[in-house]
Design a protein around this ligand. Structure first.
Ligand SMILES: [Zn+2]
Length: 465
């Protein structure tokens, strides 16, 4: 969905001036030229859910590029699902017994209304160092660069030990039906690199600040609360009123705080992020990483919208309705409670806890979640951490690399649901002010191409061994 993971997180890296390993003005290599070409062509396909969805055509185009680059035709499948399609391409490894390394992405995009954009969203344009167009950030450019890197590795005669599988879902931005199907098919994978998650942050002056890889995400859930009464004439009120009962329960839930939690990913995140913060927030991060029951630390982090979601499950009322006439006692009142559940916690347990907090048997609870499955944090695997740290050190020397947990959902959820470790590991660096994924005038600096290709070659070489 969104490629940035730590939204609103601004870390001051005083005195840091990492140098790029490559001169920006060296002529483009064939892989770099190809990456931009694929990205531009991909943006021109209107791969938006609904009538005229060109995701199947885009998949066919990408397949043709892979076949031209040496992939066997029968190693690439495109499977239509409703108005969309998903693609799975396999580069066979030398060891048939080794479990595959999966590169995961999506090729659908969020709807874009041309009238609202400064440029046509489906006409790619390179201007002022940026590639503009729907999907420039989320995530056709990422997909194009990963493909160009793979094809360069093929040209160079690289032979992976384990299969490298490149898969693109076709409805990640909407129903995630293809995402679920792909994960089901590939649940034997050794590891998934989700190139739609994680990423680097640039300061507003363009300097790389830090890179986070995504090792966990919250589980999304919706619970519907309902109170029903016999109703009656509003001139003859009764003690029990569905709206009042529901309101009282919502107030109790609103005042409730779930027990704060920490896992390996968030503990490391807080320890690393604290190094670049000062004052109360830095102290709170350190203290919370050490002891998630530290009340003083919890109070500081819970008061900050950037971190409240990082310290445990949160639930919040998002919709409410009730009554059927101005002059009648309400027969029904309902509310939706939206929860972002800490990895590893089961939605049923959260619903039961909310029901206890509501403390009124008249309030009925129902899980109405759609398109989401519970998932645990991925383990902090030493082989992945070593490979991603090495790849970053080669391309952005001196830039800190650490894990993060996303508050939103991505295709990783479907793999983690099957117990497959999945890591958001996109090498794209963006300024916060340039992050227009899902929004208007989406754009990404083309200067990302060179380091990103070098990063992928390093990472994929190490992890497919
Ligand atoms: Zn995305």
């Amino acid at each position: 969905m969104m490629r940035t993971v730590v939204a609103a997180m601004t870390i001051a890296f005083a005195g840091m001036s990492p140098s790029m390993t490559h001169a920006a003005d060296a002529p483009a290599t064939p892989a770099e030229t190809q990456a931009l070409d694929i990205a531009k062509r991909a943006i021109a396909f209107r791969s938006v859910a609904g009538p005229g969805n060109q995701t199947p055509q885009l998949a066919a185009y990408l397949k043709s590029v892979l076949v031209a680059g040496g992939f066997a035709t029968d190693e690439i499948s495109i499977t239509p699902v409703d108005d969309t399609a998903y693609m799975i391409a396999r580069w066979p490894g030398t060891d048939p017994k080794a479990k595959p390394l999966v590169i995961s992405g999506h090729i659908d995009v969020v709807e874009a209304k041309p009238a609202d954009w400064q440029r046509d969203p489906f006409t790619p344009v390179v201007e002022n160092g940026y590639l503009f167009g729907r999907g420039a950030t989320d995530m056709k450019f990422d997909a194009a660069i990963a493909m160009a890197a793979l094809l360069q590795m093929k040209r160079e005669g690289f032979r992976p030990r384990r299969d490298i599988i490149l898969e693109f879902s076709g409805d990640e931005e909407t129903r995630m039906k293809t995402s679920a199907l792909i994960a089901e098919k590939l649940k034997n994978a050794e590891m998934v690199l989700n190139i739609d998650g994680g990423g680097g942050h640039l300061a507003e002056d363009g300097k790389p600040q830090f890179f986070t890889w995504q090792g966990a995400e919250k589980t999304y859930a919706d619970f519907e609360l309902t109170v029903t009464n016999p109703g009656g004439h509003s001139s003859a009120p009764r003690k029990l009123n569905a709206i009042n009962q529901l309101s009282a329960a919502l107030v109790r839930i609103g005042n409730y705080r779930f027990t704060p939690q920490v896992n390996d990913v968030t503990r490391t995140f807080f320890v690393e992020a604290a190094k670049h913060k000062t004052g109360a927030i830095a102290d709170a991060m350190r203290a919370f990483a050490k002891n998630p029951a530290d009340e003083k630390a919890i109070a500081v982090l819970a008061a900050d919208p950037a971190y409240v979601g990082q310290i445990g499950t949160t639930c919040v009322a998002t919709m409410v309705s009730g009554g059927h006439a101005l002059n009648a006692l309400p027969q029904r009142a309902t509310a939706n409670i939206n929860c972002r559940i800490f990895p590893g916690v089961k939605p049923a347990a959260v619903m039961a806890e909310l029901s206890r907090v509501a403390a009124d048997p008249a309030v009925a609870f129902k899980d109405v979640t759609e398109g989401s499955v519970p998932n645990d944090a991925s383990p902090v695997r030493a082989d992945f951490v070593a490979a991603v740290t090495k790849a970053m050190a080669k391309t952005y020397p001196g830039v800190p690399v650490f894990p993060s947990m996303a508050a939103g959902a991505s295709d990783s959820m479907w793999f983690r649901y099957h117990g497959v470790p999945s890591y958001g590991a996109s090498p794209m660096f963006l300024k916060e002010s340039d992050d227009f994924s899902h929004g208007l005038n989406e754009r990404t600096p083309v200067a990302n191409i060179r380091p990103a290709i070098a990063y992928y070659r390093s990472l994929l070489t190490d992890l497919s061994r």
